[in-house]
Design a protein around this ligand. Structure first.
Ligand SMILES: NC(=O)c1ccc[n+]([C@@H]2O[C@H](COP(=O)([O-])OP(=O)(O)OC[C@H]3O[C@@H](n4cnc5c(N)ncnc54)[C@H](O)[C@@H]3O)[C@@H](O)[C@H]2O)c1
Ligand SMILES: [Zn+2]
Ligand SMILES: [Zn+2]
Length: 368
């Protein structure tokens, strides 16, 4: 049956989000309606608002969600009403060579349903009946969402939904970048540019991987304090005048083994690359504007054998890695509750974005 829901919508770039009552249609074949428990406020949602991530508007925001299955469509056999789920924001066709090879974040069909369920048409409508897109096939900043079953991962109901939500993006993105993309080795040194929800998760991943030295870099001093709580051994306050690559080389005596860019800037990607030691690995996790670019001194590639790469959703396989994050949490090795600085109601979403922009939170979470 169709359901009414309060939702956070982006109607126009660089305008405050609009909080509206919308209608979610009943799930069609292969789809599920979820009653949201919580949705994290990720910088990528802010990037959809400011146009850095250019998706068609209007758009129901939110992709870092968790909730309880309310209704399942025809043909959905692995989920039932009452099941607890985390949203997975990537499209997985399950058939292309990347999906088959266990690299679903590279799915060739990815562009097909960026703002709808896989079938390609909308299930969300505004008060006038006009179709609304849903961010990354999720639209989780709403009391209900109707999405493809492929975008949901069933979880243990004893895990609080606000903690579980963070695993739907920031935590898996950060920890996965360490485990899957970089395969950080024990005893290594790691630099992290940007200590938001993603960067702090890289720090946690580096701790679990056994890194010896973890250097956190941010422009905001309170973020560096948070970084220490999550396991950073050193902190560097970034200023406009200081060359971070030089500072890191000096601090580590030659450069860290790994550097993670968790801000979304070509300039910082270049600094991460310059900073790493010979044979080191720099990983770009932040999402920059389409017009942004980066550059490296070409000669350093052969003579220093350095690598610059990227990481999307922690190079994860959602059905493998999301439960893995939760088992680390249950074992007391991954902090989730501690990442939540503040909880907001759906009506307070504009404030949640303002707080994200000013860097107040490790993570803000909308709770329903
Ligand atoms: N690759 C992926 O799959 C993926 C997934 C989620 C988010 N992201 C991207 O990761 C980035 C971080 O996301 P987040 O939610 O953690 O954002 P956030 O806004 O919470 O954190 C960003 C941090 O970077 C700091 N910062 C800003 N400029 C800096 C500079 N010049 N030097 C050092 N630090 C600086 C800010 O103070 C802030 O603490 C965003 O670009 C987001 O879109 C990528
Ligand atoms: Zn995200
Ligand atoms: Zn595919």
């Amino acid at each position: 049956m169709p359901r009414q829901a309060r939702a956070a919508i982006c109607r126009e770039h660089n305008r405050p989000v609009s909080i509206e009552s919308i209608t979610l249609d009943a799930p069609k074949r292969g789809e599920v309606t979820v009653k949201l428990g919580a949705c994290g406020v990720c910088h990528s949602d802010l990037s959809a608002i400011n146009g850095t991530i250019a998706l068609p508007l209007p758009l129901v925001l939110g992709h870092e969600g968790a909730g309880v299955v309310e209704e399942v469509g025809e043909g959905v056999s692995d989920l039932a009403p009452g099941d607890h789920v985390i949203f997975s924001f990537i499209y997985m066709c399950g058939k292309c060579r990347f999906c088959v090879a266990g690299r679903p974040v590279l799915c060739l069909e990815q562009g097909k349903a960026l703002t709808t369920p896989l079938e390609g048409t909308s299930r969300a409508r505004d008060a006038k009946g006009a179709a609304l897109g849903i961010f990354s096939g999720c639209g989780a900043m709403a009391e209900y969402a109707t999405v493809s079953a492929e975008n949901l991962i069933k979880i243990d109901p004893k895990i609080p939904l606000d903690c579980a939500a963070l695993v739907g993006c920031g935590v898996t993105t950060g920890v996965g970048a360490v485990f899957n993309t970089a395969k950080v080795e024990p005893g290594s040194s790691v630099a992290v540019f940007g200590c938001g929800g993603v960067g702090l998760s890289v720090i946690q991943g580096a701790v679990i991987a056994g890194a010896r030295r973890i250097i956190a870099i941010d422009t905001l001093a309170p973020k560096l304090e948070m970084a220490r709580k999550f396991g950073a051994t050193d902190t560097v306050l970034a200023t406009k005048d200081e060359d971070m690559a030089k500072a890191l080389k000096k601090l580590t005596g030659g450069g860290p083994d790994y550097a993670f860019e968790c801000v979304g800037s070509g300039e910082l990607a270049a600094a991460a690359y310059r900073a790493i030691r010979r044979g080191g690995l720099a990983v770009v996790v932040g999402v920059a504007k389409p017009s942004d670019s980066t550059s490296v001194r070409t000669m350093t590639l052969p003579f220093e054998e350095k690598t610059l790469t990227g990481s999307y959703f922690g190079s994860c396989v959602p059905r493998v890695d999301l439960p893995r994050m939760l088992s680390l949490y249950l074992a007391g090795r991954l902090k989730l509750e501690e990442l939540i600085t503040r909880r907001y109601s759906i009506d307070e979403t504009p404030q949640a974005f303002a707080d994200l922009e000013s860097g107040k939170n490790a993570r803000g979470v909308i709770v329903f």
